[in-house]
Design a protein around this ligand. Sequence first.
Ligand code: NAP
Length: 486
Amino acid sequence: MVSRVIPVEDFDLVIFGGTGDLARRKILPGLFRRFCSGQMPPAARIIGAARSDLTDDAYRRDIKLALEEFVAKDSRPAAAVKGFLEQLHYVRIDATGTEGWSALRKLTRKDEATVQAFYFSVAPSLFGPLAERLHTHKIAGANARIVVEKPFGRDLESARILNATLRDHFDESQIYRIDHYLGKETVQNLMAVRFGNMLFEPLWNAQYVDHVQITVAETVGVGGRGAYYDKSGAMRDMVQNHLMQLLCLIAMEPPAHFDPDSVRDEKLKVIRALDPPKRDDIVRGQYESPKKGEDYLDEVENRSSITESFIAMKLMISNWRWAGVPFYLRTGKRLKARASEISIVFKETPHSIFDEDSGRHRNILSIRLQPNEGITLGVTIKEPGPGGMRLVDVPLDMTFADALGPETDDVPDAYERLIMDVIRGNQTLFMRGDEVEAAWAWTDPIIKEWTRRGERPKPYDIETTGPEDAAVLMHREGRRWLDIKA
Ligand code: NAP
């Protein structure tokens, strides 16, 4: 019972950085899946662009290998792979030079019936040169769209400069800033659950919600990204974008319509209502391991690094709906399990009619982004069987696969959905420039203060839930983190 696939308009999608890791691992496998579902029009073209000297055929061979690596064997019948590769082209181009631009101009269509999209899957330092050259070489038409990957700046000033550079050549309505968390099925479902049912919205406020937890836990370390990560840290890499976006969707007021600006206006109001966190409401951590080469400092090859690989924080939102309700955010690397989950923890009933032995119970609405996307509502019922009135919490499980049948295997992943939204011209799930700047404006003073103090993050053992102080952040207020479970 998955909604029908509606083919999108005909398009030319140019992927700058078409030979890179993100293109090979996510973008092209995602497009291949859309091809298999029948969503990609037969005349649509995907044009890889990078500096490597490749012919169309050599590029197709490389992407065939990428599909073999990143798409399960039974999901890539040979005929589909062949058909998809025929829609692929390649242009050798230098983002900072003159080479390749006239070839790209010749290759891309400018008729009104064809959507033009340019995916900047390259280092952020190339976003400006690309935008400028698309404009000066008269490649991008009036309705062209550009897709920009994270990181979008490293502070408010750089984000402002980047926004201004892109807006020199493109209107805000043409700029699609990707946060792939927003493309997840469950994140959209969160909005459907909140705003499509009478049941939840009346309870979605300080009167009924005790607190909210948002956890994005990874088991991997910084790996080969050490040099980049050490200049970034969990705050810039995860909190300022992904966790902030999730928080906004939970905390925002109901938009008047489900259209891009109505939704993004409401998200922006949440960021602006965030209080600056108090010093002892933030715990920063850095992973340690007794094994040489495995701890953070070894991985980033900087024994004096004070960059955090873990952060836990309590945030307060100064508005009527959320006054007094803490939002606890936690994210880190090398933790005990890979799991991303949002939990709305409701208050206890005001009075228990059951005897003390029955215990006090809370409803928890859990929105799980990965793995096993789905939504669970914990409800309290009578423990079945003899033995009197004993209460027990059971999950009402809204996992898609169980509720909607086996076709849910066809649910598009985040990148597939977001790329198709670019082609459709729907910006709802993309960050607007002012949202990104507001998030940096909130983040900047916190990071500046850490830099000023030069404090070392708290060490934590790998494969745990992070530093002990993160647990204390909750305990001191009589709360506890929900377990991180894969
Ligand atoms: P990557 O593997 O290093 O690929 C970079 C791509 O850019 C290559 O195709 C490279 O090809 C091309 N390139 C480099 N310099 C160029 C130039 N002057 N002109 C034209 N093309 C050039 O990087 P990536 O991991 O794919 O990441 C791409 C972007 O996505 C980055 O902004 C990154 O932060 C972001 N991102 C990546 C991931 C991920 O999982 N990989 C996740 C989130 C965001 P040539 O060397 O042949 O030119």
